[in-house]
Design a protein around this ligand. Structure first.
Ligand SMILES: [Zn+2]
Ligand SMILES: [Zn+2]
Length: 117
């Protein structure tokens, strides 16, 4: 639109404040979006009944992996230190006394090494 010869660009998406899924503060600029891949590709046929269903996202964060990891930690998810925080993370079921999820970028070929996120 144009007012008295001055061009005003109206960007609709800027009117909605995005908030970081970790610290809940407003994100200025481009958010870091993280998607959790579907678990369909699980190697072993397991019953998922009674297990928490993963929300695939996308989740939005400040552009700092620390926010993504702190968010994972709060959910009790582990992080594979062979990979990095990326826009697409694969959920890996970790069997044990207490069932947990680990997130990995899935780009390495050796074994996962899950640590506290
Ligand atoms: Zn944040
Ligand atoms: Zn891994």
């Amino acid at each position: 639109m144009e007012i008295m010869g001055i061009r005003i660009s109206t960007v609709v998406t800027d009117n909605v404040a995005l908030r970081c899924d970790d610290c809940l503060e407003i994100i200025y600029g481009t958010p870091w979006r993280v998607n959790i891949l579907d678990t369909v590709a699980a190697e072993t046929p397991v019953s998922w009944a009674g297990r928490p269903v993963l929300n695939p996202g996308p989740f939005q964060f400040h552009g700092d992996p620390a926010h993504v990891r702190s968010w994972m930690r709060r959910r009790g998810w582990l992080f594979c230190r062979r990979g990095e925080v990326r826009e697409i993370m694969r959920p890996i079921p970790i069997p044990g006394d207490e069932f947990r999820w680990g997130l990995c970028d899935g780009l390495h070929r050796d074994d996962h090494e899950f640590v506290q996120a």
